[in-house]
Unconditional design. Sequence first.
Length: 249
Amino acid sequence: MQIDILSLFPEMFDAMNYSLIGRAQEKKLLNIDVTNFRDYTKSKHHSVDDTPYGGGAGMLLEVQPIADALAHVEQTHGHADRTIILDPGGRPFDHQYAVELAECDHLTFICGHYEGFDQRVYQMATDQISLGDYVLTGGELPAMVMIDAISRQIPGVLGSQESAATDSFAQGLLEYPQYTRPADYEGRQVPEVLTNGNHQLIAQWRLKAAVWRTLKQRPDLLEGIETPEIKKLIRELNAQEDLSDFTDL
């Protein structure tokens, strides 16, 4: 996948040269290029922002530097499948959105700053995406978060694609609790079912534990569940008087 990023602070994306994303780039599964759209301004003062027409607080990013930077990117790598503006008013980003975007061959992210963009910049984008109902200084951190989530869905990026399939939210549930050695740490023990080697019982326990965890921490996620087996588990768990622990599930 080709990922292009338009940003005033390209050095922030150096962090993506490490860990999973760095290895994916080394394996040629991803290619990330960052373009500083300040390099495309026609202002003699090298500025990319100006005061809004009609007055108001703050400064807006001008359309010209971004349009010319985007044109350069398209000349270099072709037209992106999706051109994304990071904006608190956009569609909320979630797991399914990450899966959807991972099917693309080419994504372009436009990172804003100041009070936002000249409205004409939005006409160049296909998507407006928000990480949540809060405002950040710029679009760089949201872009990195989204690229990380999207990259995990690309075959070959993870050591095992099963890891992506069992991630939290992949089935509409939070991930089940997990353990490693020792089996007993100061009296806190690993559930016995996970140590007996019966993979069918382990799978059943994990699904029930995932439903339990979702019910405790994110019950809103269960509202759209239609799977009969999961709906049955929800009813059973809701009928229990004590849901404080999952080790006895």
